[in-house]
Ligand binder design. Structure first.
Ligand code: ADP
Ligand code: TYD
Length: 212
């Protein structure tokens, strides 16, 4: 049984990641685990640059964005104050809302996937998720949820782009099936139904003592 572990939530925009991160945190804490939740893009200076480009406050080429995500992710891991590696070392189970599979899926419609994977290899070499959880919704549902919850739409939040990104996610999961542990869950259900499915998978993989 693993003492603490690292989980990355993935999915297209509005798939319900942050909702499920909160629900999973609550369930793990109720089991007595220390849990640290985090997200990408982060609050680092690189993360702020990314958000400025996404919202249209600043300009940036897709290649620049890809490189900013690489740097933001390394800082996310290595930051001495609250980096993921430090939090794991302190015994926290860490849950992140997005990690490098997001870069593979979101940056590869614009540039070579091999480059994106290589550019993220330092992060992957430092830490692979014990489990990626991909919440699947259609691009149409994503746009509907985004329109409901927000007044402005960000750079990658168009139907065409999200359609490409979802296709990329599935291609990548197939391509990396020997390296990446991914649980795919259907996101077109109630919060509780999704959360319960995730919880069963977590219990089974990380929390139950194996039968003798
Ligand atoms: P993400 O972090 O993936 O962008 P959120 O958790 O912020 O997704 O959810 C996006 C929107 O969809 C929010 O308005 C949220 O309340 C809603 N939402 C999340 N999960 C569900 C669900 N299972 N069914 C319906 N709406 C949901
Ligand atoms: P996020 O704040 O998670 O958006 P949402 O909650 O709507 O899913 O992520 C912001 C945007 O950043 C989102 O459109 C996906 C994009 N993104 C990338 O393009 N590459 C990456 O590596 C990451 C982590 C995010």
């Amino acid at each position: 049984m693993k003492k603490n572990f690292f989980i990355a939530f993935e999915g297209i925009d509005g798939s319900g990641k942050s909702t499920q991160v909160k629900l999973l945190k609550g369930k793990l804490e109720a089991e007595g685990l220390k849990v640290y939740t985090t997200c990408e893009p982060t609050d680092s200076p690189m993360g702020k640059m990314i958000r400025d480009i996404f919202s249209g406050r600043a300009e940036g080429d897709h290649r620049t964005i890809a490189a900013l995500f690489v740097a933001d992710r390394l800082d996310h891991l290595l930051n001495k104050k609250n980096g993921i590696l430090k939090m794991l070392e302190e015994g926290y189970t860490v849950i992140t809302d997005r990690y490098y599979l997001s870069s593979y899926a979101y940056q590869s419609p614009y540039m070579d996937l091999d480059w994106v994977i290589k550019a993220n290899s330092l992060s992957a070499g430092l830490l692979r998720p014990d489990l990626n959880i991909y919440i699947d919704i259609t691009p149409e549902m994503s746009i509907e949820r985004l329109n409901r919850g927000r007044t402005s739409i960000e750079l990658y939040e168009t139907l065409d782009n999200l359609t490409n990104v979802r296709t990329k996610y599935f291609e990548i999961m197939e391509l990396l099936k020997d390296e990446e542990e991914v649980l795919v869950v259907d996101g077109d259900r109630t919060h509780e139904a999704i959360s319960n499915e995730i919880w069963h998978a977590i219990l089974h993989r990380f929390l139950q003592t194996p039968a003798m």
